[in-house]
Design a protein around this ligand. Structure first.
Ligand SMILES: [Fe+2]
Length: 288
């Protein structure tokens, strides 16, 4: 049984309740959650997935809890199915998008419920903090493996678990039990082989500032009120291209022109454009 989101929620609810009981026994210790989430996800039985058409239709007026990703910030279609006080269960539908290299500002576990993926696990050795959002160092590939149907993998906090997932099927679907992140922890993205950039939450006023800049650039205004230095441009650019900020093609172009005037900015852009595409070069995996 399933074939509707409503039924998926019905099937998974008792398991999510069980996860809550088990974690409560551990006093909601963040470090204990991956093991609990992994155990619970393994217990959830297989169910028949609804088609994308059926899901899209059902979403017209489905009552869902508060969404982790109200827009399309992660996967092609992210849906928070169940929200508890301390954690939630999300479903991610992947049709086109692979993940960038990232750590996690939450803990938990994920399970492949349709299709299959390849995962690369990395380690980051910091060498220099450029500013609070930007670090250089050495990103090392430490493991590569296949995530087959029904595979479950734990998610540890911040740099203890850095990974990248490539979806091998036309459609891959995962479910994820994830703790709710606290405000003092920030997710980061990484560029192979040497950059770590914070994917931060921006103040609403700063987001409006960027929207204002986009309008000024779009209308060819000459005076662009940018007051941050080039190093800050890197993190703004990275957040923009990762859909963490409103779509701003003119601002992205302008930032790239500015970054090319700076040594570190040039290296950042070059590294960004040279990220390996593993799906096209599967042979590279074998050497890991
Ligand atoms: Fe992840």
């Amino acid at each position: 049984m399933a074939k509707t989101i409503k039924n998926i929620i019905k099937i998974t609810s008792p398991f999510v309740d069980e996860a809550e009981t088990l974690w409560k026994e551990k006093k909601f210790d963040e470090k204990k959650f991956p093991e609990i989430a992994e155990k619970i996800l393994k217990q959830i039985p297989s169910f028949e997935l609804p088609s994308l058409e059926a899901i899209t239709k059902e979403l017209i007026n489905l009552k869902l809890p508060d969404q982790n990703f109200p827009n399309k910030d992660f996967s092609d279609l992210p849906i928070t199915l169940i929200r508890k006080e301390k954690f939630c269960l999300d479903l991610y539908w992947w049709s086109h998008t692979d993940t960038s290299i990232h750590n996690h500002h939450f803990t938990g576990a994920f399970k492949v419920i349709h299709g299959s993926s390849f995962q690369i696990i990395y380690k980051f050795n910091k060498s220099k903090k450029i500013n609070k959002d930007f670090e250089t160092g050495e990103l090392l590939k430490i493991k590569y493996h296949e995530l087959k149907l029904n595979s479950v993998f734990p998610i540890e906090l911040l740099d203890t678990f850095i990974h990248q997932v490539f979806h091998q099927s036309t459609t891959t679907v995962t479910i994820c039990l994830r703790s709710l992140p606290t405000t003092e922890k920030f997710l980061s993205g990484f560029l192979y082989p040497n950059f770590k950039i914070r994917l931060k939450k921006f103040e609403p006023s700063f987001i409006k500032h960027l929207i204002g800049l986009e309008i000024l650039l779009k209308t060819n205004q000459k005076n662009i009120p940018w007051e941050l230095d080039k190093k800050e441009m890197v993190s703004i650019h990275y957040n923009l291209i990762n859909n963490r900020l409103p779509s701003s093609p003119n601002l992205i172009n302008w930032l790239e022109k500015e970054l090319k005037k700076d040594e570190l900015g040039k290296i950042y852009l070059k590294t960004l454009n040279q990220q390996p595409h593993y799906q096209k070069k599967m042979a590279e995996f074998i050497e890991l």
